[in-house]
Design a protein around this ligand. Structure first.
Ligand SMILES: Cc1cc2nc3c(=O)[nH]c(=O)nc-3n(C[C@H](O)[C@H](O)[C@H](O)COP(=O)(O)O)c2cc1C
Length: 408
């Protein structure tokens, strides 16, 4: 179920060119089951009509603070009280200034001032306006109110300039709204995640790799960031876009992955190793392309670094989570890996099961902890599985902190 399902979302539309994207945002929010109410500034109505937004949201739009008829039905206090979460999109430079000052001179600013709901602000403007110190200071003020600021995208702007200032697409805004409603139980925690396959060169044109798409690791990184963590994502080659709010470090081989993990483990509190790291690599990769001559060809392989074993020395109070992608004796093999590598939690994953494993959006797993606790997740989306893993991580961290306090 989507986190925004049956949530009251108030969309406040400002008078910028990106107002034309508001109907798409409304439609996409309705698609995930949100209950959408639109409010518009006077200037916004010069860019897009209330009639359009009323038609797509299937509700009257709040557009006038001082209209007695409107106040009787969707007055600003009503809007403020009803909202579970608010998004200002697009947020113009002027609207940001008025919000920072605590003004209440139109329906949007009055509703924002009267509400206790979390607020997401999506600034969109000319790149010089965005870079102006007055705008920077006002945005900082909004941050100090606890508002979530969505950094504008870079690209060609309607005014003809090239730079930062574009309002991001609806999926980004919906992810920010979801984050605004998510308990921030990983704030102050640095989570190091490995994801994707590795690629071991055979010659300049060929590699040894595996079927990992990176989707499970990226889901863990995205969910951890949504819950407030600082996320460092060490990623083998994938076709996925680097998740927002994560620092992504691209690597290619098992050796590069080990170096990147080793470099960042000290700064991390939690390590989740999702990557499908090659177990073996060619002993001596060739510098020129191997020609097709003989009927048989023998490739000599050597073991790659055991990244998890290498973390043991640096583990300290860190929570270590591993994945066991198996096709046979899934739980037994995973338990043995948990013990061998001294992990806190292992995610046993039958990659041969329908709807689970590589390159699908879903997964099913058994979460096994060091105390022997076992939880079957059933078939869930990779994001839901990521959240279940992070729930266990939060619980393990709080148990560990409790144990340390008792020991003192
Ligand atoms: C064609 C046109 C496009 C505009 N686009 C933007 C914009 O993208 N971002 C912005 O901050 N202001 C933009 N403005 C200026 C705002 O419309 C103006 O500051 C207005 O007072 C904003 O009102 P509001 O914040 O109450 O919606 C634009 C103005 C015009 C005439």
């Amino acid at each position: 179920m989507h986190a925004l399902k049956e949530k009251n979302v108030l969309i406040c539309v400002g008078g910028g060119i990106a107002a034309y994207k508001a109907p798409e945002l409304v439609r996409r929010l309705l698609d995930v089951g949100a209950l959408v109410q639109v409010a518009m500034t006077k200037a916004a109505q010069a860019f897009i009509t209330p009639l359009t937004l009323q038609a797509v949201s299937r509700r009257p739009v709040a557009s006038d603070l001082l209209d007695p008829g409107e106040d009787a039905t969707i007055g600003h206090i009503d809007l403020a009280d009803r909202a579970d979460v608010i998004i200002v999109a697009p947020a113009t430079a002027d609207l940001i200034a008025r919000m920072a000052q605590g003004r209440a001179d139109d329906i949007v600013t009055a509703a924002l001032l009267a509400s206790r709901a979390p607020v997401v602000v999506s600034p969109a403007m000319n790149s010089n306006m965005w870079a102006h110190p007055a705008v920077t200071a006002n945005v900082d003020t909004l941050r100090s109110y606890g508002h979530r600021i969505v950094a504008p995208d870079r690209g060609e702007l309607a005014c003809g300039h090239e730079g930062e200032g574009r309002m991001p697409d609806a999926d980004v805004l919906i992810a920010e709204l979801t984050a605004a409603l998510t308990p921030q139980d990983l704030t102050g925690t640095t989570v190091l995640v490995s994801a994707g396959p590795t690629r071991e060169p055979v010659d300049p044109v060929r590699v040894l790799t595996n079927r990992s798409s990176g989707r499970m690791g990226y889901a863990v990184a995205e969910c951890a960031a949504r819950r407030g963590a600082n996320v460092i994502l060490v990623s083998g080659p994938t076709n996925l876009a680097s998740p927002r709010h994560c620092r992504t470090i691209p690597v290619e081989t098992a050796a590069e992955m080990q170096t990147a993990i080793r470099d960042h483990v000290i700064a991390s509190d939690v390590v989740v190793m999702v990557a499908a790291v090659a177990d073996y690599r060619p002993v001596s990769p060739k510098n020129s392309k191997i020609k097709k001559n003989d009927d048989e060809f023998v490739l000599r392989l050597e073991k790659t670094e055991d990244i998890l074993a290498g973390l043991r020395a640096a583990r300290g109070e860190r929570i270590l989570v591993g994945f066991a992608a198996e096709t046979d004796n899934v739980v037994a093999n995973a338990k043995s890996k948990l013990q061998r590598k001294q992990l806190d939690l292992i995610v046993a994953n039958d990659v041969s099961a329908d709807g689970a494993g590589f390159d699908v959006a879903t997964n099913s797993a058994t979460l096994i902890d060091r105390e022997g606790g076992e939880t079957e997740t059933g078939l869930v989306s990779k994001h839901d599985l990521a959240d279940k893993i992070l729930d266990r991580v939060v619980a393990l961290r709080s148990d560990r902190r409790g144990a340390i306090r008792e020991a003192k």
